[in-house]
Design a binder for this molecule. Structure first.
Ligand SMILES: [Fe+2]
Length: 376
């Protein structure tokens, strides 16, 4: 029998409802519909209560924020003593890899002077990601943690995340006790890797960024970091030259749609911004790739196939660059600081035994990305 002209067989699903919307991949399907207050406050038969209940997320559907306005960013890393006498005096310093990442012991971030904070900004820009162990950050009042972070730039209020009651500037990463969304997610996806720079769709994306652990699984939930400056340098001079002058659109729309699709909030209307593919760091002068598959959508002036082709190459280059990546393991008291301008990162959803994972991010915004001339 000849095949029917119209194919009436069931069509495959095109909407990945458990793992993201459009090109935005959501590995942690949290949000108000997944939040179980009882399990968090009282624990479950298997899991203890949340260690930091004041940091549990609330979602205020009524509260809306106006569009962000431009501001002048002051880069404190420029004022730092490059020998880091105030930051590293008495510190234990261990490189995580040969070109990205350091682990520090013996320093209390919350006690740093302004000189120490200047040095922190420069040190993190140079090392890309720094894990500070045994910190009191989670135990000091939230307003003090925010005061500390506010030194580095204007606090970003995330458009879709839950926040501790009264502190909308704190971005929470929360996967509750006995959460089962990993099983749902892996029905649709083969891996949870989501390389990105945080909120790169903003006109002035974050710079020196702080993420600290409140509760976490004994094993699992590490964070991957990629050195985007090394990723740039790894390319041939001719290829780098071609990237200079190109600009790309970064979009918040898919993240906002994803939040709406799963019953979450959108506190501020989604924006898109145009940024150079190669940006320069204001304190180190380093150039770095500034594209990521979560938020970058297309290259200005290129046809779709051309743009897709080049972006896919860059995403593969970054994702496969294990020789310019580090993997940070969390522990109680750990504060991880990265420079969002010269790194990409990814969470990993690799544990499924019901252990809670709860972190808080303080996200100072920095300058609008800019590029400087290609140097052969
Ligand atoms: Fe992130």
């Amino acid at each position: 029998m000849a095949p029917a002209l119209v194919d009436t067989s069931p069509q495959p699903a095109v909407h990945y409802s458990k793992s993201g919307t459009g090109e935005y991949k959501e590995a942690f399907i949290g949000g108000p519909t997944a939040f179980r207050e009882d399990a968090e406050l009282k624990g479950t038969g298997k899991q203890p209560p949340a260690r930091y209940p004041l940091y549990l997320p609330v979602w205020d559907a009524e509260k809306k924020y106006p569009p962000l306005e431009a501001f002048e960013h002051y880069e404190h890393g420029r004022d730092a003593d490059p020998r880091f006498p105030n930051l590293l005096k008495g510190a234990g310093v261990t490189d995580l890899t040969a070109n990205i990442g350091v682990e520090i012991t013996g320093v209390q971030l919350s006690k740093l002077t302004d000189s120490g904070k200047n040095e922190l900004a420069l040190f993190v820009a140079q090392k890309k990601v720094v894990a500070f162990r045994d910190q009191d950050f989670a135990d000091i009042p939230i307003k003090d943690a925010l005061n500390f972070g506010g030194y580095f730039g204007r606090h970003h209020i995330h458009p879709t995340s839950g926040a501790p009651a009264g502190y909308p500037e704190v971005h929470l990463v929360h996967r509750g006790a006995e959460d089962t969304t990993a099983r749902d997610f892996f029905e649709e996806r083969t891996n949870s890797v989501t390389w990105h720079s945080d909120v790169s769709y903003e006109k002035q994306p974050p710079g020196t960024t702080f993420l600290y652990l409140l509760d976490g699984p004994v094993a699992g939930g590490d964070t991957l970091f990629a050195n985007q400056a090394e990723a740039y340098r790894r390319l041939s001079p001719e290829f780098r030259k071609r990237l200079h002058g190109l600009k790309a659109v970064h979009s918040a729309v898919e993240q906002a749609d994803n939040s709406k699709n799963r019953g979450g909030i959108v506190r501020r209307e989604p924006v898109s911004s145009v940024h150079p593919l190669v940006r320069t760091h204001p304190a180190t002068g380093e150039k770095a790739l500034f594209v990521n598959p979560q938020f970058t959508r297309r290259i200005i002036g290129y046809k779709k196939e051309e743009s897709d082709f080049l972006l896919k190459f860059l995403y593969d280059h970054i994702a496969k660059g294990q020789d310019f990546q580090a993997r940070v393991k969390w522990a109680p008291g750990t504060v991880v600081v990265w420079d969002n301008r010269v790194t990409a990162h990814s969470a990993l959803l690799d544990w499924d035994d019901g252990q809670r994972r709860h972190l808080a991010r303080i996200t100072p915004q920095a300058e609008a990305p800019y590029e400087t001339a290609f140097e052969g």
